[in-house]
Write a protein that binds this ligand. Structure first.
Ligand code: OFO
Length: 169
């Protein structure tokens, strides 16, 4: 059984993961309409992954005798300037999510909830991977520069969101 505090913070995370999915979906639409199919594919896959994160939380809350809250998702931006600016935003967002996961860990400790503390470790590890894969893409972008976006787009094609370096090899 979840304490009210743990249930509430997990529900806040349900909303954040839903927003992450929307944000990456909006980025995918932007990239696709800019003619960047490879980047769009990566973002569509990322949006799917975020939806899975949201569902993971929803199922866990219900399983532990709580009730998941499904609320309206905030509208994400639709314009992202340049590919580099967009990936900087992805990184900023993932760091924000890492911060929220750390807050959940802290609430679990405060509430003496070892079960949720153990369960949330999956997200702790996932955030390490997500930040690393976005960092790898930003490093690549720095190397190719704005003039070789076509090459970068081909390069990223076929990579799945969250798989980062491993998929690039
Ligand atoms: Fe991007 O890991 Fe969930 O939000």
């Amino acid at each position: 059984m979840l304490s009210k505090k743990v249930e509430d913070i997990l529900n806040v995370q349900v909303d954040k993961e839903g927003y992450s999915s929307h944000l990456y979906l909006s980025m995918a639409v932007w990239a696709e309409t800019e003619g960047l199919g490879g980047i769009a594919d990566w973002l569509y896959a990322q949006a799917e992954e975020e939806r899975i994160h949201m569902l993971k939380l929803v199922r866990y809350i219900n399983e532990r005798d709580g009730k998941a809250k499904i609320i309206a998702v905030k509208e994400p931006p639709a314009e992202f300037g340049s590919v580099r600016e967009m990936f900087d935003k992805v990184m900023e967002h993932e760091q924000f999510i890492t911060g929220s996961i750390n807050e959940i860990v802290q609430v679990c400790i405060d509430e003496n909830d070892h079960t949720t503390h153990n369960w949330i470790q999956w997200f702790v590890t996932e955030q390490i991977e997500e930040e690393a894969s976005v960092k790898a893409l930003i490093d690549k972008l720095k190397l190719v520069g704005d003039h070789h976006m076509y090459m970068f787009d081909r390069d990223i094609m076929g990579m799945r969101g969250g798989e980062g370096e491993a998929a690039a090899e």
